[in-house]
Ligand binder design. Structure first.
Ligand code: MG
Length: 217
């Protein structure tokens, strides 16, 4: 019998080509505005808290911000991959330590059309208070205090339901999920980390590589 397969993917730097935080920092933030990020890197602030503080400093008119976001590159092969999963009854999860505000602007239609489950923080934009993010409810099975959501807990839950999990990601917040996943597609820092830890990874330049794999499972 073919095993039940689920596909779990990161968003920033995996479906898009860089972190949303990096995009807006380049455009809207000066060096001082990046202090919360440095605090996160030095371990004095959580990932969620650093993003919350920085995102709240955004002050662009919303129409401008939305058009800036819509220019962010996303891998066009991603749509083909999720269409393939849809045809094969493979559930797809996008898990992001960022927030739904920009993800929905970029691929909201795809998420709806292919019934993808988006697990992330909630984001609302207000011209006077910036991009306000909030964590999911504490009762969510994927809740995490430091990040908002736990990517590893998504993988763990699917495996407990009998799924073999394909995971795709690019950054340090993906490592715990990659350690658990049955098949790992990694690039950038995640690929280096997986190699350091001896985690078996599959080649991954674009989602075309993932489609090719899914066609054969
Ligand atoms: Mg990422």
């Amino acid at each position: 019998m073919t095993p039940k397969i689920a596909f779990v993917t990161d968003f920033d730097g995996t479906i898009s080509d860089d972190d949303f935080f990096t995009y807006i920092a380049r455009r809207y933030f000066d060096d001082k505005a990046l202090t919360p990020w440095r605090e996160y890197l030095s371990g004095t602030k959580t990932h969620f808290e650093a993003l919350r503080e920085m995102f709240s400093k955004l002050r662009a008119p919303e129409t401008e911000l939305k058009s800036f976001i819509s220019e962010i590159y996303t891998d066009k092969e991603f749509v083909r991959t999720v269409a393939l999963c849809f045809d094969k009854n493979i559930p797809v999860f996008i898990c992001s330590a960022g927030c739904d505000y920009y993800i929905n602007i970029l691929i909201g239609e795809v998420i709806k059309n292919y019934r993808i489950t988006l697990v992330t923080n909630n984001g609302k934009y207000d011209g006077k208070q910036g991009l306000l993010i909030s964590k999911p409810d504490k009762t969510s099975p994927y809740y995490d205090e430091a990040v908002g959501i736990s990517k590893a807990s998504i993988v763990r839950k699917l495996q407990s339901e009998g799924f073999k999990v394909i995971y795709a990601g690019d950054g340090p917040p993906d490592i715990e999920a990659a350690r658990l996943a049955d098949y790992v597609f990694a690039k950038k820092i995640l690929l280096e980390k997986c190699r350091e830890e001896g985690i078996k990874t599959l080649p991954f330049r674009s989602f075309a590589d993932i489609s090719k794999f899914i066609k054969e499972v």
